[in-house]
Write a protein that binds this ligand. Structure first.
Ligand code: FE
Length: 337
């Protein structure tokens, strides 16, 4: 009855037109459904992964309105529903019409301690047509790892973290308390599918999408730089999942992190630890942080540079070529780097 992956996300927006161009031209998603008050996007073989709904009263702090978490089958869905009810949390069965809208066989609906809508489902529809990206990218890394990850900010994160870990069965990947408190949670081999950071206000912080090719990310960065005010966080590399990424502002108020080279973990043997070197090895200048916190993150990064904090690139079959070692001096350093 374990949750397997982040299967889909639902987003709210005042204007769907902005999302059509941002989703396709920046992110490379494919529009599959253009109803009057909704745009659905594909990012792989699934019928849909990201659903954007028009909402005149849209709250920019609640840009991601819902997360859809996947379980294996009907028995797993019943099992998790029972466990949530036992914890004293109200669970609603999703109506037939809602399941059809989400393009899944069945789902349940509940609210987490921060008031965010959580859907848990099984039986996602697979598309018959191949994925056709909105711009020329190699594709997204999804499959058993799901859509990517969602990060929430909150005044107090502890109740949400214990709900997801103790009731829904998420595992703690790692955590840190400087320059802000953060907790990273996993449900599969992706280092984190969900994270909470304590910043004093409850909001959706970002949604991460991972690309197959590093150049997809670099070309996305060029597109973002070409638009005034689009870039939210500069290119950088995270200390936890080792992803190299940048962030853009979405039309809904939250950010999308666009990354490459995320670390794979083995949830069966993974042991959570404190990350003492801050969130980024280098880069990631965060326009959303107040000046004193920006200074603190820069100091952490400069300390990382001073200490020679480095991580190997995390590659997948097909997106790298091994080059031969040809320089005795360089080869002699192997293992010492
Ligand atoms: Fe992230």
């Amino acid at each position: 009855m374990r949750l397997q992956a982040l299967g889909y996300v639902g987003v709210g927006a005042r204007d769907l037109g902005d999302w059509r161009s941002y989703g396709t031209r920046h992110l490379g998603l494919q529009i599959v459904d253009k109803a009057r008050n909704c745009v659905a996007f594909r990012m792989d073989d699934r019928a849909q992964r990201i659903i954007v709904e028009a909402d005149p009263g849209h709250d920019p702090d609640r840009g991601v309105k819902l997360c859809g978490w996947e379980v294996a089958d009907a028995a797993a869905l019943d099992g998790i529903a029972g466990r949530i009810e036992q914890a004293g949390i109200r669970v609603e069965r999703g109506a037939r019409a809602l399941a059809e809208e989400r393009r899944v066989e069945d789902l349940i609906v509940l609210a987490d301690p921060l008031g965010s809508r959580v859907e848990i489902f099984h039986g996602a529809e697979v598309a018959t047509e191949p994925f056709r990206p909105g711009r020329n990218i190699s594709g997204f890394r999804t499959g058993p790892l799901g859509v990517g990850h969602v990060v929430m900010t909150a005044e107090r994160i502890d109740a949400a973290v214990s709900f997801y870990c103790d009731v829904l069965g998420f595992g703690l990947s790692d955590y840190y308390d400087r320059p802000f408190r953060a907790r990273f949670l996993h449900v599969n081999g992706r280092h984190h599918s969900l994270a909470f950071i304590e910043t004093g206000r409850t909001a959706v912080h970002h949604l991460m999408l991972e690309l197959f090719s590093f150049d997809d990310v670099g070309q996305g960065l060029d597109l973002a730089l070409a638009e005034e005010g689009r870039l939210a966080v500069t290119l950088g590399r995270h200390t936890g999942d080792c992803i190299t990424s940048f962030y853009t502002h979405t039309p809904s108020g939250f950010m999308v992190e666009y990354g490459w080279g995320g670390k794979a973990i083995d949830p069966a043997t993974w042991v959570a630890a404190e990350r003492t070197i801050g969130p980024s090895l280098w880069g990631h200048e965060r326009s959303w942080l107040p000046p004193e916190k920006r200074a603190e993150t820069l100091a952490l990064r400069l300390a990382n540079a001073e200490a020679g904090e480095r991580r190997p690139v995390q590659v997948m079959e097909g997106n790298y070529e091994l080059v031969p070692g040809v320089c005795p001096w360089w080869d002699g350093l192997s293992g010492a780097r």
